[in-house]
Design a protein around this ligand. Structure first.
Ligand SMILES: [Zn+2]
Length: 133
């Protein structure tokens, strides 16, 4: 293991963008399973290029550039990560709360479950609507 530690010393190593590239690589490979001929070749070359780029980034010694790329990736992917977090939180408390969308401003509203028919007042636009909670 010592040779690997010595080899990786000063290199960028794995980060979130590398993980994202690897997921993209896997997706492209799955798409390849269903293709033949020229489209297959295009996707195979693309997936190989993605994998090589991920490896290049991981082994790169230009840490500042790689860090900036990773930060840009994180800022672009922020809405996706946030929606996953929101979905997970909603799933965790699905037995305690129900979620509704305000019919006027589309804000997401959380109401306690098991209260029968209730009048929900949107805290954003003050619209009232009746739903079963
Ligand atoms: Zn509203």
């Amino acid at each position: 293991m010592n040779w690997l530690q010595r080899f990786m010393y000063g290199r960028h190593g794995p980060d979130q963008l590398m993980l994202g590239l690897f997921v993209l690589f896997l997706i492209l490979n799955v798409v390849c399973l269903f293709l033949h001929g020229l489209p297959y070749l295009i996707f195979a070359v693309l997936s190989t290029a993605v994998l090589l780029f991920a490896l290049y980034r991981m082994l790169s010694r230009k840490n500042e550039k790689r860090w900036a790329e990773n930060q840009k990736f994180l800022s672009i992917m922020q809405p996706v990560f946030r929606s996953f977090q929101t979905g997970r939180a909603r799933w965790a408390d699905r037995k305690v709360y129900r979620y509704y969308r305000c019919p006027k401003c589309k804000a997401t509203l959380r109401v306690p479950r098991g209260r029968g028919k209730i009048c929900i007042k949107c805290p954003v636009c003050k619209t009232e609507f009746i739903k079963k909670a």
